[in-house]
Design a protein around this ligand. Structure first.
Ligand code: PFF
Length: 442
């Protein structure tokens, strides 16, 4: 990817939204909300997205767009001869770990998609959907092969510089995904017994809230917005000056919130209507959604579309994870891109194998009381992302002057000084304090 590669401002927003919207809001959010009390978790997650996530996203965009450099060099260019560039290095390491297990779940989506093409996902009993999921994740050959296919697709897109094509495709695929979700929500809400699910997700019950709820909601908010690992620094470094950052942030945050709500409203009413447990865990969307499609006219056709779109949304996130790694290795030298993409991608594949086996062969092995997959997810979501975000907040408030920040923020849009002041107050005081408290008090 060369400098200024976004074909337009819309291209940038689509790519950033593509990075944000993926398994986080669609697969992870429902299951983590389901196991952490439902509505209250959802509400805290939304508050974190708006008051911590959005100001941080603006910050990462400022750092990237101002320096026009990939994650590590960006910090170096603002604060030369200091240790601040370690934020970028931390981000790259976190990306490697994150992608290694993200790709395992991406593999499950590949597996489901291939099955949907043969029609074998339709017409099953509820129990059979659960059994099918069990087989897909626990069979070592299937789990590793699917993980390999997924990482392979990611490498091919990143190494070939076909992002332009992806950018164009995103314009069609994202809106289609939204429309399909609206159908799903409608079908789910009209199932008998759906109301209890609506109550579960929209009516917060604060008696279930513990300090862990805050930690998980924070991790989930950062995960869903691709924050804390400088992906968005790298992406915005390809953005020409003169574009309005607050407006781009509003679009990315707005779309992420919308898809989070749609996912919740598609899944929980059906969970209750079918008598599934909201606490089912990682299997939640993979067992519930095929069952909802089963209840739809032309369901076996719609599910093919849905899984293709989900796979696409997952790939637009995974390419952003690999992109930050490759960009930091090539530092703008396009001749190295292909080699580095393959080397990094294959390394990540190998690192992901224990995660792929965590639901079968290695299910009994526990590392600090968790499977390997859970351990990496826990480490990334609840520690590394918040830590990276905390450093970004401290960095931006201390290493750039108020004037520089205001200049960056007001380019391309006439934001009022009071909006700037609000953002500055949040990023300087509220964001670091909140993250610190959540991590320490968990
Ligand atoms: N935001 C992506 C999702 O919700 O699926 C995951 C992700 C991508 C996290 C890129 C972090 C990142 F840098």
């Amino acid at each position: 990817m060369s400098k200024n590669q976004w074909s337009s401002k819309l291209g940038f927003i689509l790519a950033a939204a593509g990075s944000a919207i993926g398994l986080g809001a669609i697969w992870k959010l429902p299951y983590v909300a389901g196991t952490n009390g439902g509505g209250a978790f959802f509400l805290i997650y939304l508050v974190f997205i708006i008051f911590l996530g959005a100001p941080l996203l603006i910050s990462e965009f400022i750092i990237g767009r101002k320096t026009q450099k990939e994650a590590i060099s960006a910090y170096r260019s603002i604060a030369p001869n200091t240790y601040w560039h370690w934020i970028g290095k931390l981000g790259v390491c976190t990306s490697i770990i994150l992608l290694s297990f993200y790709s395992v779940v991406g593999g499950w989506v590949v597996n489901y998609f291939l099955r949907s093409l043969t029609g074998s996902l339709s017409g099953l009993e509820l129990k059979e959907y659960q059994q099918l999921f069990g087989t897909i994740i626990s069979n070592p050959t299937q789990a590793v092969a699917a993980h390999l296919i997924f990482i392979f697709l990611t490498i091919i897109i990143v190494q070939g510089g076909v992002q332009k094509g992806i950018e164009r495709a995103t314009k069609v695929m994202m809106p289609t995904l939204f429309v399909l979700f609206i159908f799903l929500v409608f079908r789910s809400l009209t199932l008998e017994g759906a109301l209890e699910g609506v109550r579960f997700i929209l009516m917060p019950n604060f008696s279930d809230v513990t300090s862990k709820t805050f930690l998980f909601a924070l991790g989930q908010a950062f995960f869903a917005l691709s924050l804390g690992i400088s992906t968005m620094v790298t992406y915005s470094s390809y953005l020409p000056k003169g574009e309005s950052l607050p407006r781009s942030v509003a679009s990315v945050v707005g779309l992420t919130i919308l898809i989070s709500l749609l996912a919740g409203l598609a899944i929980f009413p059906a969970v209750f209507a079918f008598g599934f447990e909201p606490t089912e865990g990682p299997s939640l969307i993979f067992t519930v959604l095929p069952a909802v499609f089963n209840e739809m006219a032309f369901g076996s056709l719609f599910i093919v579309f849905f899984l293709a779109l989900l796979l696409f949304a997952t790939l637009t996130s995974s390419i952003s994870l690999l992109e930050i790694i490759v960009a930091s290795l090539t530092k703008g030298r396009n001749d190295l891109r292909q080699k580095k993409a393959w080397t990094a991608g294959l390394l990540i594949f190998v690192l992901g194998i224990p995660s792929a086996l965590s639901f079968g062969l290695l299910a009994e092995f526990s590392f600090f009381g968790r499977t390997f997959f859970d351990l990496l997810d826990y480490l990334v979501s609840n520690f590394l992302l918040p830590l990276g975000a905390l450093f970004v907040a401290i960095f931006i408030a201390n290493k750039l002057t108020k004037e520089e920040l205001y200049n960056e923020m007001s380019q391309g849009s006439s934001i009022t000084f009071s909006i700037f002041k609000l953002w500055y107050f949040l990023i300087r005081y509220i964001v670091p304090t909140a993250i610190f408290l959540v991590i320490v008090l968990r």
